[in-house]
Design a protein around this ligand. Structure first.
Ligand code: NAP
Ligand code: MG
Length: 402
């Protein structure tokens, strides 16, 4: 069989620990035998980030702007324990944070659904994709403990020196206050990323805030979304046959629980933080969550939602064969290859991405899976495979399908 050709390279961001091990297995077994794989390789493994003073992370993000599509392996965000382990010069920042800041993107997370791993919510049949705004609000808040009676105010001093004041509270005793902010630019980028991704995946977009209570702050989010939608996306949504739907956050939560799934739920920063953990857990497993960063300019970076699976890696280093689930990382590759195919008009590449995903799902539904899934799968006949055996089983299914 002739290998599938690519015209533009993918930006390949290698990573750390167990996922780095899976990365190579996936390439060797599921990609290189079938595709004339073109990538521009960036090693975001902690060792090389340290060696380059993290320059490699910046370079990989710039390359994503150049080529448009990246695929990323999970990476270590260093903490105190990693300093001696990797002999680090500095406690380097989270690569995901750095890349997100450069691409100004929004992260979309969606579960991969397979028979046998049933969502806890009975009505959910299709994935619910959460889009979390990743700037500001309580995450960039300023707080104060109020020791006793006194007046707390919000003060804005314009560049010309004029002040605008708003009383927060006239304290009679002790209490607490918090100041937070957001930026119109950031909310606009968030809105555009969400509208673009909805069009891309042909799914409805839901957005919700508490605008009835927060008449200026949350209401601004609602207004910006509506203005951008009306001006730039209304007609595109109509011709794609999808809908933009705004409601109050309480109503949204109730509707989500009763829904079938199959839409994107855009969330403010805090809502997204909390709801993405709830939705991921309710769908069954973190190892079956994909994640894609979409910039308002239309750059894409695909990855798994989980980390480097450190505990498995230490067992691997002792020579043990681990049963680490590669599915989310495989779907990062298939997502990136499909997007590359769409951008370059390569139908073979798109078809391959579809088949790789279908083969992965079929393998699990035939009862071959990793330990994490075997624990929760309701299938009667199932076998637990280690990562290598599982990836080889997917390859067999894939070869039958090609
Ligand atoms: P983790 O890698 O997500 O793993 C936490 C636990 O979840 C694992 O110990 C394992 O449970 C289970 N798990 C996660 N993914 C799995 C998979 N594919 N297959 C089977 N089980 C899976 O989180 P962590 O161990 O807390 O973090 C490790 C490193 O990842 C940290 O250095 C952190 O900075 C980094 N991280 C990176 C990213 C990213 O690059 N996007 C995201 C999150 C964390 P059992 O051990 O019980 O089997
Ligand atoms: Mg959280």
């Amino acid at each position: 069989m002739e290998k599938i050709k690519m015209t533009t390279p993918l930006v390949e961001m290698d990573g750390d620990e167990m996922t780095r091990v899976l990365w190579k297995m996936i390439k060797d077994e599921l990609l290189l035998p079938f595709i004339d794989l073109k990538t521009e390789y960036y090693d975001l493994g902690l060792e090389y980030r340290n060696q380059t003073n993290d320059q490699v992370t910046f370079d990989s993000a710039e390359a994503t702007k150049k080529y448009g599509v990246a695929v990323k392996c999970a990476t270590i965000t260093p903490n105190a324990a990693r300093m001696p382990e990797y002999n680090l010069k500095e406690m380097w920042k989270s690569p995901n944070g750095t890349i997100r800041a450069i691409l100004d993107g929004t992260v979309f997370r969606a579960p991969i659904i397979v028979k046998g791993v049933e969502p806890y919510v009975k009505t959910w049949k299709k994935p619910i994709t959460i889009a979390r705004h990743a700037y500001g609000d309580v995450y960039k808040g300023t707080e104060m403990k109020i020791p006793g009676a006194g007046k707390a105010e919000l003060v804005y001093t314009a560049e010309d020196g004029t002040e605008t004041r708003e009383v927060i509270h006239d304290f009679k005793g002790a209490g607490i206050i918090q100041g937070m902010h957001n930026l119109s630019d950031s909310i606009e980028s968030f809105a555009r990323s969400c509208f673009n991704y909805a069009l891309d995946t042909k799914q409805d977009l839901w957005f919700a805030t508490k605008d009835t209570i927060s008449k200026k702050y949350d209401h601004t989010f609602k207004d910006i979304f509506q203005e951008i939608f009306d001006a730039e996306y209304k007609e595109k949504f109509e011709s794609a046959g999808i809908e933009y739907f705004y409601t109050l956050i309480d109503d949204a939560v109730a509707r989500v629980m009763r829904s079938e799934g199959g839409y994107i739920w855009a969330c403010k920063n805090y809502d997204g933080d909390v709801m993405s953990d709830m939705v991921a857990t309710a769908f069954g497993s973190l190892s079956m969550m994909t994640s894609v960063l979409v910039s308002p300019q239309g750059y894409y970076e695909y990855e798994a939602a989980h980390g480097t699976v450190q505990r498995h890696y230490y067992r691997y280093l002792k020579g043990e064969k681990t049963s680490t689930n590669p599915i989310a990382t495989i779907f990062a590759w298939s997502g990136a290859l499909r997007k590359r195919g769409e951008m370059d008009g390569l139908n073979d590449l798109i078809a391959f991405a579809d088949k790789l995903e279908a083969a992965s799902i079929r393998t699990i539904e035939e009862g071959k899976m990793t330990g994490d899934l075997a624990l929760i799968s309701t299938l009667e006949h199932k076998v637990t495979l280690n990562s290598e055996e599982f990836i080889k089983a997917i390859r067999e299914t894939l070869e039958e399908m090609l």
